[in-house]
Design a protein around this ligand. Structure first.
Ligand code: URA
Length: 435
């Protein structure tokens, strides 16, 4: 078997066998196959696609390319949640403590942000002292004692995906449905949870720009999970505008803490967090009816148990939140600069991709793996789709530490808004659920 023949087969639109996929994945993991052949193969997949069988074979080969977590030492049915990536998406910071406060063990491995999308580990690391790197024993002990832990992926989990993703990122081959499905599901399978809730984002700030693609991705991931005996539910949610108001690491932690503390927050963030938590606790076997699960989640949110659980989890991982400080002791940016409406009108668009890009330009995200990030900077969106604004009203505020970045960031943020004369058609936040 040789790599060139496999590339040629895919280039010509033929299906690869499980043996060929296994050979490829081994070569990606052990470095035997050079970057240029991996890139050529990824581009062939991008154009030719893969059958469901090939996607499932690729997922399994990648999942077992490194360490596979054994969570059997954690009591109860373990569940996990994953978002395909969005802007202002801090739902993990709300959902994990809520589910844990409802008695469901959540052992979560998370990633860092890349490009215009944020990552949960970067958000949590904006809390002074927070440690995302934990040994397996510490991880298991924490979930057994307080039901919740969010840690960074260990070095040896799915090494094939680590290398393949880095190559896809620089060869315009990230947004391929079978490659995304296998990348995400291989990590979820290796991370060991029995029940998985997927939040599949669709819209300008997501990898999937159209609903048909999002449905296809959701269906493929659910099928792959079920094929290996995991229970999987995918919620398809809108990512045409940022979720909530805050975009940027410490700003998002602040927003999540406030929501859990007061029981209320931005309506979209609250709605999606409740839905994902309800789906998670159902997978854990708590309720058989989704409406009951939603009601119980809302009750838990209103009672503040989620806030107590998040602060407990943060403290267990070395984080120091200052509850007397109005911003919980989170790092603050030096400058705040508003973007104002240049005329009266309705907000027709707050483009999630552009807002995410603004935050990245300010230093909240990484252009390349390994870039350092600034936890304090980002954007607070004040006006969202459908809001009425008058000329001069503040639509969004930039939080910056480096003055020289302001002109480009201000232009990028202003370009994310489009004002229109008539109220725009409302867009549902939760578009579909794939079981
Ligand atoms: N997130 C992942 O983990 N992998 C992808 O390919 C895309 C989003």
């Amino acid at each position: 078997m040789n790599t060139q023949d496999i590339i040629q087969k895919k280039r010509d639109g033929k299906a690869m066998s499980a043996e060929e996929i296994g050979f490829l994945v081994r070569g990606i993991s052990d470095g035997r196959i050079p970057d240029y052949q991996i890139a050529a193969w990824a581009m062939a997949v991008y154009f030719r696609g893969m059958t469901e069988q090939e996607t499932s074979d690729l997922t399994l080969a990648m999942a077992y390319s490194g360490e596979v977590m054994d969570l059997s030492a954690i009591a109860g049915k373990k569940v996990d949640k994953h978002s395909t990536g969005g802007v202002g998406d801090k739902t993990t910071l709300v959902v994990i403590p809520l589910a844990a406060a409802m008695g469901v063990p959540v052992a979560k491995m998370s990633g860092r942000g890349l490009g215009h999308t944020g990552g949960t580990i970067d958000k949590l690391e904006s809390i002074p002292g927070f440690q995302a790197e934990r040994s397996h024993a510490q991880f298991v002990a924490q979930v057994n004692s307080i039901k919740a832990a969010v840690v960074s992926q260990t070095g040896n989990l799915v090494p094939a995906d680590k290398r393949l993703y880095a190559i896809r990122d620089v060869t315009a081959t990230v947004d391929s449905i079978p490659l995304i499905a296998s990348s995400i599901m291989s990590k979820k399978i290796a991370a060991g949870a029995e029940g998985i809730v997927l939040d599949v984002k669709v819209g300008s700030g997501a990898f999937m720009k159209h609903i048909d693609e999002a449905r296809q991705l959701a269906r493929e991931m659910v099928q792959i999970g079920k094929g290996v005996g995991r229970e999987v539910v995918a919620v398809i949610s809108d990512m045409s505008q940022p979720l909530g108001y805050a975009v940027g690491n410490a700003l998002e932690v602040d927003e999540a803490l406030r929501l859990l503390h007061s029981g209320h927050g931005p309506a979209d963030l609250e709605e999606l967090s409740v839905e994902l938590t309800a789906r998670l606790v159902m997978l854990a076997g708590r309720y058989s009816n989704v409406e009951t699960a939603r009601q119980q989640t809302r009750k838990c949110l209103a009672g503040g148990a989620g806030y107590d659980k998040l602060t407990e989890m943060v403290a267990a991982q070395g984080g120091r939140l200052d509850e007397k400080d109005p911003h919980y002791g989170l790092p603050q940016a030096a400058f705040q600069v508003p973007v104002r409406a240049d005329r009266d009108g309705y907000v027709g668009v707050v483009d999630a991709f552009q807002v995410g890009r603004t935050a990245m330009l300010l230093g909240a995200g990484r252009e390349r793996i390994g870039d350092t990030i600034d936890p304090a900077v980002g954007v607070m969106v004040h006006k969202k789709k459908g809001d009425w604004v008058q000329e001069g009203d503040v639509m969004a505020v930039i939080y910056a530490n480096r003055q020289q970045l302001l002109p480009t960031a201000l232009k990028c943020l202003a370009d994310s808004y489009r004002l229109v004369n008539m109220p725009p058609a409302a867009q549902s936040l939760i578009i579909d659920t794939v079981l």
